[in-house]
Structures are given as structure tokens and as C-alpha cells.
Design a protein around this ligand. Structure first.
Ligand SMILES: Cc1cc2nc3c(=O)[nH]c(=O)nc-3n(C[C@H](O)[C@H](O)[C@H](O)COP(=O)(O)OP(=O)(O)OC[C@H]3O[C@@H](n4cnc5c(N)ncnc54)[C@H](O)[C@@H]3O)c2cc1C
Length: 432
């Protein structure tokens, strides 16, 4: 298993010690392939930030990622990726590694009821398998595409200032406050983005969606996903359970329920999950039994209201920082990969950064906001606690679900990465 715990922190800081400013214009080019003096800072070393860094480096930029955590974390469970994300990964040059840590899952089109009945069965040819992987494995793949020194951990972004000549970022490190300057800042610092707060101070806070989600991963080998287990989702009334096979003979599962308030805590999360769905059909009890107590993650689900723009001058938002969404369409990380692929394409050969970012905004905002809206609407029906709504939903799905769901998914996943701009489209260099 590839793990992302290798620390890419650059301890040979090119800091100007007189004012603690990292002038990234002078940063040694660690890649030796870049032929440009364009520099970028990326706030956040999650999936979106690492993908953006990879894309920008491929586009010829010198990149530094500032990540708040002390290492590229292993925290997280599994997640699934649709074909649009795999195309984005290919465009970023990480598709091979992505596939290597992923396992096909039929959970997107295998829908069951708690007594074990089928509302819909995966049909090869009609339905497309998703790819499931562990967050740690995927972040490991992405980190492996960045040379040492690109990611600085224990670096928390706290402030942003920009002029028409560049962006200055303030960040905290264990050694004290620092500043760094670059031509571009990508805010990939998640739903509670410090970059968004600094540049869009009036943007509304994330909105709680009255949803609670638990996630767990089974011990390797305890339930054998290679033994015909291809994933499923089970729709209960006001509760949805799902399970995907993972590499390493593990299974990733989730349970999503209605919850009126954020911050509600249960004594032991696994016991609470067992209390709610422990008597559902096989293999739900076996999956819970194979999950180490204390390892279950609990998430209050928030999303973001739409922003008027994802860009401001030389600053661009990406991933959850721009458009955090509920996990109901399993598209948040997929959209972050799309963002990274488009950003890199727009910034290839670009020297008028605000103009290139404006194109990025035009390309990304309508699509990602449409997905975010659908992801907010979906649980209104699919997680309804109303017996009539639940009855109608299950009946309709049983009758017509397969073809309708396949068409809906195909529309959602219908995205192809742009091709990079050629040098002929370059615009004048930044002012010096
Ligand atoms: C329960 C659940 C299930 C999901 N399932 C799926 C799925 O199956 N498929 C899918 O596509 N998506 C899924 N998602 C969504 C997906 O997890 C997110 O969309 C994705 O992780 C966003 O990536 P990101 O890099 O934008 O943000 P994040 O993953 O939040 O990363 C942000 C990074 O920035 C760092 N950071 C934060 N603040 C600062 C700061 N001030 N300075 C420096 N660094 C900072 C953080 O430490 C973190 O490393 C799910 C989400 C949830 C909650």
C-alpha cells in the first residue's frame, strides 16, 4: 500500500531571514523541467491541492504547497470516483497510479432494501462501475508525483494580500509566522478555507444539511472483497448504507442518516451504527463486525452556498474551498480533480494570470454549481424519513430505476478535460 506519510517538507527554506518572507520567485526549481519563472502557492495539501500542484508543475510552474497538517494525513476512509474524475486524473498524468490503487465497485447501481431485496441490480453494459480507493492510498499516489520540497507541512495559511504584481500569503509554522510571495495563489484549503475568508470575507458560512455520515473500513482480509463482493447500497427510511470493495482485501462502508443538529455525539460510533443497521441484510453485520472499534469517522454534512466567482485577480479557489457539496452524488473529490485539470490547462503558457483565471471560473462554476445543487437536492428524497416518500421512491426505483439511473449518471459524468492552450495564445508577461 502506498501511504502519503512521506513528508515533503522543504527544510532548506529559501527564506529571507530578515523579514521571514519566502520570495518564491527565487525558489530553486526542484523539478529541473520547468522553463518559466511563474510561481504558484497552493493552500492545502488535500486531494484538490495536490492535484492542482501536479497540474501546474506539468504546465511549467514552480509550485509550493502549504499544508496545515504536520504530515499528509492518512485520515479518511474510502471514497468512489466516477469516469469524469478518472478522465481528469488522466489529464493530470496520474491516471495510472490512480487505477493501481483503485478497485471497481458496482455500488452505484446495486440498490437494496434493509431486508435484502433488490431495487436495482448492476447490469454490465448498461451500468458503469465506479473506482473505489482509500484516501490515504490516493493521496500517496499524488504525493509521489511531487518532488521533495514542494509540499511544506505544518504551514497554516492565515492571510492573503494581492496586487497586480503578485500575491503575498501569511502562514504560521512551528518556527513562527512566515510570508511567501508568488504570481498565483490557489485556495485548496477545504470547506472552511482561510483563503476564501480572506478574499471573499462576505461569503456565507457553510450550511448544515441535516445529515450525519459515519464511515468505516474493515480490517484487511476480515471480509474478502475479492470473493465476489462488488459493492452495494441499501436504502432504508431516512438512512442509507453503502459498501465498496477496496484494495488490500478491505471494504469501505458508510451510513448516512438524518440529523437535525450538527455536533450531536454518540458514546461509541460503531455501536451507534450497529444499533441503527446491525440487523440489516448480509453482509452489513459482518462488515460492522470486521471494523475496529474507535476507527469509525463521523461527519456532520455541510455544503456551501454559491460564490459569485471562484477567482479574484491572482487568487483561485478549487475543490471544497469553492464548492463543498453533500456526498450524495459522490462527486466532491471528482469535481476537485476536474478543477485541477482545467486550471492547469488554462494556465499552460498563460502570462496574463487574471485573464486565465477568469476562463477557469467560466469553465468551472456552472458545472460544479449544478453538481452541488443536485447533491443538495438528492437527499430531500433519498434520505426522506416520510414513509410515503420512501415507499414511492423504492417502488419507482424497482420499476424504472435501472435505465433512468444509468441515464442520469451518464449525464452527470459527461465531462472531458480541456486541452491545454498553445504558446500562440500567450498574453504579455506579468509586470516587473
Ligand atoms: C462523508 C463523505 C463522503 C465523501 N465521499 C466522496 C466520494 O465518494 N467521492 C467523491 O468524489 N467525493 C466524496 N466526498 C467529498 C470529498 O471528500 C471532498 O470533496 C474532497 O476531499 C475535497 O478535497 P479538497 O482538497 O478540496 O479539500 P480537503 O480534502 O478538505 O483538503 C483541504 C486541505 O487543506 C488543508 N488546510 C485547511 N486549512 C488550511 C490552511 N489554513 N492552511 C493550509 N492548509 C489548510 C487541510 O488540512 C486539508 O489537507 C465525500 C465527503 C464526505 C464528507
Amino acid at each position: 500500500m502506498t501511504t502519503p506519510d512521506r513528508d515533503n517538507t522543504d527544510n532548506t527554506d529559501n527564506t529571507d531571514n530578515t523579514d521571514n518572507t519566502d520570495n518564491l520567485d527565487n525558489t530553486a526549481n526542484t523539478d529541473n523541467t520547468d522553463n518559466t519563472d511563474n510561481t504558484a502557492l497552493v493552500a492545502g495539501g488535500g486531494l484538490g491541492g495536490l492535484a492542482a500542484a501536479i497540474g501546474l508543475r506539468r504546465a511549467g510552474w514552480t509550485v509550493t504547497v502549504l499544508e496545515r497538517a504536520t504530515g499528509l494525513r492518512e485520515a479518511g476512509a474510502g471514497w468512489s470516483f466516477a469516469p469524469n474524475a478518472v478522465r481528469a486524473a488522466d489529464a493530470l498524468g496520474v491516471g495510472e497510479g490512480f487505477r493501481a490503487v483503485s478497485v471497481p465497485t458496482e455500488a452505484g447501481a446495486t440498490l437494496r432494501t434493509p431486508d435484502g431485496g433488490y431495487l436495482m441490480r448492476f447490469r454490465p453494459g448498461r451500468d458503469t462501475p465506479l473506482l473505489a480507493n482509500h484516501r490515504a492510498d490516493l493521496l500517496g499516489v499524488l504525493a509521489g508525483h511531487l518532488p521533495a520540497g514542494v509540499v511544506r507541512t505544518a504551514a497554516e495559511v492565515t492571510g492573503v494580500e494581492q496586487s497586480d504584481r503578485g500575491v503575498t500569503v501569511r502562514y504560521h509554522t512551528p518556527a513562527g509566522p512566515r510570508t511567501a510571495r508568488a504570481d498565483l495563489l490557489v485556495g485548496a484549503d477545504g470547506m472552511r478555507s482561510a483563503v476564501r475568508r480572506a478574499v471573499w470575507p462576505d461569503a456565507p458560512a457553510p450550511v448544515f444539511q441535516r445529515i450525519l455520515c459515519w464511515r468505516g473500513v474493515t480490517e484487511p482480509g476480515a471480509v474478502r472483497p475479492d470473493n465476489g463482493f462488488r459493492g452495494f447500497q441499501t436504502w432504508g427510511r431516512g438512512a442509507r448504507f453503502g459498501a465498496h470493495p477496496l484494495a488490500g482485501q478491505r471494504v469501505f462502508w458508510f451510513l448516512t442518516v438524518r440529523q437535525d443538529q450538527p455536533g450531536v455525539r454518540y458514546g461509541e460510533d460503531l455501536a451507534e451504527v450497529r444499533r441503527r443497521v446491525g440487523d440489516w441484510h448480509d453482509p452489513v453485520p459482518a462488515l460492522l463486525a470486521a471494523t475496529p472499534a474507535g476507527s469509525v469517522l463521523r461527519h456532520d454534512i455541510f455544503d456551501l452556498e454559491p460564490l459569485p466567482s471562484y477567482v479574484d485577480g491572482r487568487v483561485a479557489l478549487l475543490g471544497d474551498a469553492a464548492h463543498a457539496m453533500t456526498p450524495f452524488l459522490a462527486q466532491g473529490a471528482c469535481q476537485a480533480l476536474e478543477d485541477a485539470a482545467v486550471l492547469a490547462a488554462e494556465l499552460t503558457h498563460a502570462t496574463d494570470i487574471p485573464t486565465a483565471l477568469a476562463r477557469y471560473d467560466r469553465a468551472r462554476r456552472p458545472r460544479s454549481q449544478a453538481v452541488r445543487r443536485s447533491a443538495r437536492q438528492d437527499p430531500e428524497i433519498s434520505l426522506s424519513t416520510n414513509p410515503l416518500t420512501y415507499g414511492l421512491m423504492t417502488r419507482l426505483t424497482r420499476l424504472a430505476g435501472g435505465a433512468v439511473a444509468a441515464r442520469k449518471a451518464a449525464r452527470l459524468w459527461d465531462w472531458t478535460p480541456p486541452t491545454s492552450r498553445g504558446p500562440g495564445q500567450a498574453v504579455p508577461k506579468r509586470p516587473t
